[in-house]
Design a protein around this ligand. Sequence first.
Ligand SMILES: C[S@@+](CC[C@H](N)C(=O)[O-])C[C@H]1O[C@@H](n2cnc3c(N)ncnc32)[C@H](O)[C@@H]1O
Length: 278
Amino acid sequence: MRGQNKKHRTIRKCKSGPNFTGQHLLHNPKTIKQLIETACLQSTDTVLEIGAGKGGLTFPIAEKAGRVIAVEIDADFVGALRAKSKGCPKIKIIQGDIREMRLPVEPFCVVANIPFSITTAIFEKLLGAEGKAFQKGALILEKGAARRFTEGSTLDPRLLMWRMNFQFEMRTVVPRTHFAPPPRVDAAIIQIVRRDHPLVPANDAKRFMAFAAYALSEPRQLAAEALKGIFTPAQLKTALKNARVDRERAVALLSQEQWASLFHTMRQHVAPYRWPKM
Ligand SMILES: C[S@@+](CC[C@H](N)C(=O)[O-])C[C@H]1O[C@@H](n2cnc3c(N)ncnc32)[C@H](O)[C@@H]1O
């Protein structure tokens, strides 16, 4: 039984000299391979690796990508990495705190085993004006965070996971081995791909949030009830049809795609004075 559990812990990390937080280095070659495959890298891609550590991921990434910009805060790790990557022109190592650095301006991907404690700071950076050139990525996140970002388990549209989902498709990649018996994993890989068309354009995000917050004020309400203060009966019929929402479905259960569709119908058909106030 013990052996079985061990077999399912493919993403457990091993701890090393803790100069900074989150220094859990990956040592499982299968997980490294899976993380890199998840990113679907091309030989022309520029990859930003956040928290390169001792280079466990840096070199395998360089085998697939055109260029790797490896950022690491820890001077000891940076020294070791610089020595190891001598004669490897694809790899550029930068010492510093990713939160204080400018992101690349040319299209780039992120492949990283990030320190969990700065997940929010990293996503805020990728979502902001500086992250405009960010295209796709594969990251290892804390399991609960990965679930929140990919399953939409929150009722608060102001939260980061909603804003991330407007711009990016996000899904958890569950290793094949993680099925019955139930896995005991500590982390999960997520794949992030920029949507060709954002669910909600960035300049409409505040208006969308006002709309969703209004409709979600009583999460157990049926969709038709929750939305009747905004739409006329005819508009409501169109909105529900476009979004493929059953009028008797609880609003708490709608997907972000459905929310986005309802919002677009409001934008198109409802007079602005009826829109929920921002
Ligand atoms: C989870 S470890 C991953 C290391 C390596 N990529 C691996 O998978 O073996 C995270 C790394 O991020 C570095 N780190 C922590 N905070 C950072 C920050 N603010 N900016 C850049 N790197 C950071 C740590 O020193 C550590 O090496």
